[in-house]
Design a protein around this ligand. Structure first.
Ligand SMILES: Nc1ncnc2c1ncn2[C@@H]1O[C@H](COP(=O)(O)OP(=O)(O)OP(=O)(O)O)[C@@H](O)[C@H]1O
Ligand SMILES: [Mg+2]
Length: 491
């Protein structure tokens, strides 16, 4: 959606608000233009200076950021948060002394300012570490007194992330319909982007896989890279996010650089919800910058001709930072549901490939595991194999794994997915809850936290949840399970 411009009569506040809209979208140049107009009209507009400072920081123009934040401090000397941001900017510039001073000032104004305290502790620790290094490795090189941008703490090793694809869709059991979707949306445009463009299909861009845990998001992403014959960069967000200011962005940048140097490549960001999500205070500011960096890097990928695809995966797509979701950078959302009956049978067969087996009633196994995740099925196979294994270990007498072994395990080991679906239902579908007060039922409706448009994005998942709640479906599931687990096995 294009951003509306205020008319010629626009006031400072309108420009400020417009600046914020651009900021949210990651368009910092336009954001700054609008903040400029706002402060031209109202030279004492502290909020506009503040946000302009943040926008400059996102552009890595820390000098201007510092100048704006100093202006905020001049206008609002008791504003502790400004000192805190100032400290962050100095950290980015690798000027720990000034950062420490700024955090101390923030704490003087507000002694309970936890974020400032945390950063102060971290910066002091970092400074000590750098000084120790300097005394052991030689004289300082930077004009600021300490070694120039050598914040190695927690940085990722890019080589460790780059993988040659070892697998493809042949190792993905079942899920044929999903493979077709992925081929259509990801593989074909990737393999032949010119042809895709000829028909107006957009090659590249971001694709987000979402769905319950253990159902193959990571596994399928890897196989997709294999199908595309692309290098695969597995970048777990939890490994990228770093507590040191600036490192998260650097790590992200490294990932993208490594992708560009190894084209064709697919960057896979796992656990996307770890970027953004429910964070507060300083962490939120950190994440905002990281998210902005991600948006900027993705823009770079989109506008270049290099063959780089970005994929993400998450169990909680609605917790992914709204700026990333709204930007359309992850335009294609693909729901990875638990495996269907055919896929479950295929996963069983794949997992049993190298194990000693009796004649197995595969269809029974598929039926009994209705509602199980792929990871649950793997676990069932492992535990079933343990039964004869343990016997052979103890007695020396071997036997094969039987259908009965599987059934025994499946009676004990239930699906791990219901808690996830319950949580999701509460969060995105909305739920009616009945409470009994003085014996009378009181129904309260908990609305979904998603807007109707967002609900549309997750329609496949919502459809599945609604189906799961139907009486008919529950009854059908119990019947299928009962038959599979309790009727005698024919052989
Ligand atoms: N279609 C499949 N065929 C064969 N094995 C599968 C399939 N889907 C998943 N698996 C197996 O299930 C395991 C769990 O899958 P994976 O780790 O990809 O789940 P996930 O959706 O990424 O889970 P999480 O959300 O917890 O990260 C994998 O190790 C893989 O071996
Ligand atoms: Mg995973």
């Amino acid at each position: 959606m294009p951003v509306k411009t205020p008319g010629s009569g626009g006031d400072a506040r309108s420009f400020y608000k417009l600046g914020n809209e651009y900021y949210e979208k990651g368009d910092f140049d336009r954001a700054i233009e609008n903040y400029n107009r706002a402060v031209e009209m109202d030279p004492a507009y502290d909020k506009a200076y503040y946000n302009r400072g943040l926008a400059y920081a996102c552009k890595e123009d820390y000098d201007r950021a510092i100048s704006d934040i100093n202006k905020v401090i001049e206008l609002k000397p008791e504003f502790a948060e400004a000192y805190h941001v100032l400290g962050l900017a100095y950290e980015y510039k690798n000027m720990p002394d000034q950062a420490i001073e700024a955090y101390q000032k923030a704490l003087k104004i507000n002694p309970n300012f936890k974020d400032a305290q945390n950063r102060l502790d971290l910066t002091i620790a970092k400074k000590e570490k750098m000084e120790k290094e300097r005394t052991t490795t030689g004289p300082p090189t930077a004009s600021g007194g300490l070694k120039e941008t050598k914040i190695e703490e927690g940085q990722i090793k890019e080589v460790a992330f780059l993988e040659k694809p070892k697998m493809n869709f042949t190792q993905v059991a079942g899920m044929e319909w999903l493979k077709e979707i992925i081929r259509k949306y990801i593989v074909y445009p990737f393999v032949n982007p010119k042809l895709a463009e000829k028909y107006g299909m957009k090659a590249g861009g971001g694709v987000m896989l979402y769905g319950p845990p253990g159902c193959g998001k990571t596994y399928i992403a890897k196989a997709t890279a294999g199908e595309c014959q692309a290098n695969f960069i597995n970048a777990k967000i939890s490994d990228i996010v770093d507590m040191y200011a600036g490192n998260t962005e650097k790590n992200l940048h490294k990932v993208f650089v490594s992708a560009r140097e190894n084209t064709p490549s697919i960057i896979f960001f796992d656990e996307m919800e770890a970027l953004g999500g429910k964070r507060e205070g300083e962490q939120q500011q950190h994440m905002k910058m990281a998210v902005n960096q991600m948006l900027a890097e993705m823009d770079g990928v989109e506008t270049s001709t290099e063959n780089v695809l970005v994929m993400g995966a998450t169990n909680m797509p609605w917790d992914v930072d709204p700026a990333l979701r709204r930007s359309g950078r992850f335009g294609t959302m693909v729901y990875i549901p638990p495996p269907d009956w055919k896929s479950r049978v295929a996963i069983f067969q794949l997992e049993c490939k190298n194990r000693p087996l009796a004649r197995i009633a595969w269809n029974r196994l598929g039926m009994a595991t209705i509602g199980y995740s792929s990871a649950d099925i793997k676990q069932v196979v492992k535990e079933a194999a343990m039964i004869p294994w343990e016997v052979e270990f103890k007695t020396g007498k071997g036997r094969t794994i039987t259908t009965g072994d599987f059934i025994k395990v499946m009676k004990q080991r239930k699906s791990t997915l219901p808690p996830w679906y319950q949580l999701v239902e509460k969060e995105i579908v909305g739920k009616k809850e009945t409470q009994y007060i003085d014996g009378k039922p009181h129904v309260t409706e908990k609305p979904s936290k998603l807007s109707p448009e967002e609900q549309e994005t997750y329609k496949d998942l919502i459809k599945e949840i609604k189906r799961g709640n139907r009486f008919y479906w529950k009854w059908y599931k119990s019947l299928v399970k009962y038959i599979a687990l309790y009727l005698p096995v024919p052989f």
